[in-house]
Write a protein that binds this ligand. Structure first.
Ligand code: AMP
Ligand code: MN
Ligand code: MN
Ligand code: MN
Length: 274
């Protein structure tokens, strides 16, 4: 069975609605899907059980945090979405997203971009406001030619608009997931631009804080990276997860299309009753 345990919808910065994503995942042969929008589980309120047919849906979320000045993402899988501790945590993250967006707009003013908060808030609508909406705005006003350039110049790692000191810290975010009976998974470890030594220090802190899993395969990842992540997964006695981190069609990732996890790792779903 294909497990895709990391995907996005219009509830955060994905392009497809939850039902469009579900159809695409099913067409691609996914048997078990987790929708993991940034800091929200709103997608699950838009899904009817009848849409799923034979597709198994695992309730998930991708929570933002920071560790030693790096923006880090923790995927929570198989959570009880009615859990009050998780709900309170999500409410905090959502407030943080709004104040962060105001701060991003303030910082961008210093680089000569007119206050963009209201326009960006409008672009986000009911979705979780984030840097991709700022990127879209900068393209729409003609300030940059495309989204990539917006991230490269203004919003990416270490740039003016990369505000990350607003998030709850790593142990707290892991605790919300665990309180809701979920599995806390370190998302896309190879995408933080860290050295392997630094990444191992992060994984050590993550595991010591109650983290249980790590994404050993994320989208179209090179096989030498997967090999290193298998070692890290086993060295820290974590369970392996996998997912596309799908956001939109015709991009670098597609639901269900990625390498299988090797037999040498335990899987996050081994501990679930599904
Ligand atoms: P935020 O959740 O507001 O911190 O924004 C992070 C999101 O921006 C990520 O989940 C990606 O979807 C997107 N993103 C990050 N870097 C880039 C990039 N270089 N180009 C396009 N999108 C990006
Ligand atoms: Mn995203
Ligand atoms: Mn992420
Ligand atoms: Mn993601």
């Amino acid at each position: 069975m294909i497990f895709d345990l990391h995907t996005h919808t219009t509830a955060s910065d994905g392009a497809l609605s939850p039902s469009e994503l579900i159809s695409l995942a099913r067409d691609n042969g996914v048997g078990c899907l987790a929708i993991t929008d940034h800091d929200t589980i709103a997608a699950y309120e838009q899904i009817e059980a009848s849409q799923l047919l034979d597709l198994r849906l695992i309730v998930g979320i991708e929570l933002s945090t920071s560790w030693q000045k790096h923006g880090i993402h923790i995927v929570g899988l198989n959570v009880d979405r009615d859990n009050s501790e998780l709900r309170a945590g999500i409410a905090r993250q959502q407030d943080a997203r709004v104040s962060r967006a105001k701060e991003i707009a303030r910082r961008l003013v210093k680089t000569g971009i007119d206050d963009s908060f209201l326009a960006v808030q409008k672009l986000a609508g009911d979705s979780m406001i984030g840097r991709p909406h700022f990127a879209q705005h900068l393209v729409e006003i003609g300030h940059v030619k495309d989204i990539r350039t917006a991230f490269r110049r203004y919003l990416g790692n270490g740039k003016t608009g990369d505000v990350k000191q607003c998030w709850s810290d790593l142990p707290e975010v892991i605790q919300w997931i665990r309180a809701a009976g979920g599995t806390a998974v370190l998302a896309h470890p190879a995408k933080y631009g860290m050295t392997w030594t630094k990444l191992r220090a992060l994984v050590a802190d993550f595991a010591a804080s109650g983290g249980q899993g790590i994404e050993v395969v994320c989208g179209n990842q090179e096989s030498n990276i997967t090999k290193k992540l298998v070692d890290i997964c086993n060295d820290f006695e974590l369970a392996a997860s996998c997912g596309s981190d799908f956001h939109q069609i015709n991009s670098w990732s597609t639901p269900g299309k990625f390498a299988q996890l090797p037999d040498t790792v335990g899987k996050v779903w081994d501990s679930w009753s599904i």
